[in-house]
Design a binder for this molecule. Sequence first.
Ligand code: NAD
Length: 459
Amino acid sequence: MTDRIEAFINSKAGKKILGALGVATPAELRRYDSNADSFISGDVMIDAGDNAHLLGPVVRNLSDSTASVHFGHRASSLTGQTGGSSAERYQALIFDASGLTNSLELIQAYTFFNQNIRKLAASGRIILLGRPHLDAADASAAATQRALEGFSRSLAKEVGKKGATAQLITVAEGGEENIDSGLRFLLSGKSAYVDGQVLRISAASCPELPEWHKPLADKVALVTGASRGIGLAIAQTLARDGATVLGVDVAPMAAELNQAMAAIKGEALVADITADNAAELIGEQLRKMGGADLIVHNAGVTRDKTIANMTEQQWQLTLNINLAAAQRITDALLSGGVINDGGSIVGVSSMNGIAGQRGQTNYAASKAGVIGYVDYMSKDPALLAKGITVNAVAPGFIETAMTAAVPLMTRMFGRRLNSLSQGGLPLDVAETIALFGNPASRAINGNTIRVCGQAWIGA
Ligand code: NAD
């Protein structure tokens, strides 16, 4: 029955009726295209506020694309590049606000978007650039830079209807040349379902940018829970990007796991990540593969019950699989020297770990714990010395078997309650993980990026 209702809603007649009721059909999102020869193409407009620091690196990246760049008044005078006639539609609007130190100067950003936002194309991109507010020289500069977060998140809510997104990139002093992998990702179709986020870039020294279509060439990646859903998409995407994948899953999923890994020329390991010997088995296999460059702790479960009705077993199993096992495996791989220098560890959190959810005290605690773990580990001096980064993704509503099992009305609302008015694909989560694994992302460390289409519920 629910399938028939859903089929009707998605039919031409259903869409017409919903349209008449004011419920818009979500825009089709631009995603990664393996045939495109550039991370962005078409017309791109750049401008800046006073004393901007990041125009040079932005222009350098865009000149490596097939985009036609148009310069606003200040960007033109700061870079010496000619303005160029204005275009009818912009694929991206980029504003460098990194030099603003007084809140009344924010009017410069207001003016740029006030004049250009109507020209933003469907699936267009807005990028604001700033500095970490906590590094500011005085309170006024800190307030001004923090203001950019509220500004960019509100812009995201204004342009989401057309499948367009808006993000803020903050760049620490000395990290100006580190923006390449993050900027290109956010301008490209790879970030289709990332919206209203702040990407924080540090001053850590970064290796050179690899080739756009094969950023993970010669890399080895571990993906737990790789036989289906998001884990499968992660394994496939990392393999698409050039990595050799070791996929892990439990015995009941062995057939699916073997088939999935064979299809991407990866290795399959049947193991329960909570087993006593799991870390040893995984470490042994990774060592045979030359050590790991990317560790993705994707395996996860839900055991939903309100706290009064939840059994101890439901609580402990969820905490163990989603959090404790991932920690144990990471610790063992690090102490065994299995994670290569310059490697990357990625936790899979959840929007519900940020916002909380009725009936999910166990799940939300485990997923918030993932963020705490990432925050702490990303500052570990031993990891910093080896150039190993630690980040997390926090997916929102992603179309998987798990969410297909959610009752129809909850599912219909769940997928609509975000700025892009639709659920994301497992691929969208995988793309953000691939960004963390990109060798040129060494300055992206300690970030939790939500892949949620800017879900309206939660921080
Ligand atoms: P899924 O249930 O489809 O897949 C999870 C996989 O992990 C399965 O293949 C399962 O067999 C495996 N797994 C479970 N316990 C394991 C264990 N002890 N050892 C080894 N493997 C184990 O779930 P999914 O929707 O693909 O979710 C993947 C991850 O994304 C999970 O961590 C989940 O919490 C997170 N997430 C999902 C969504 C969503 O909308 N689907 C939203 C937020 C976060």
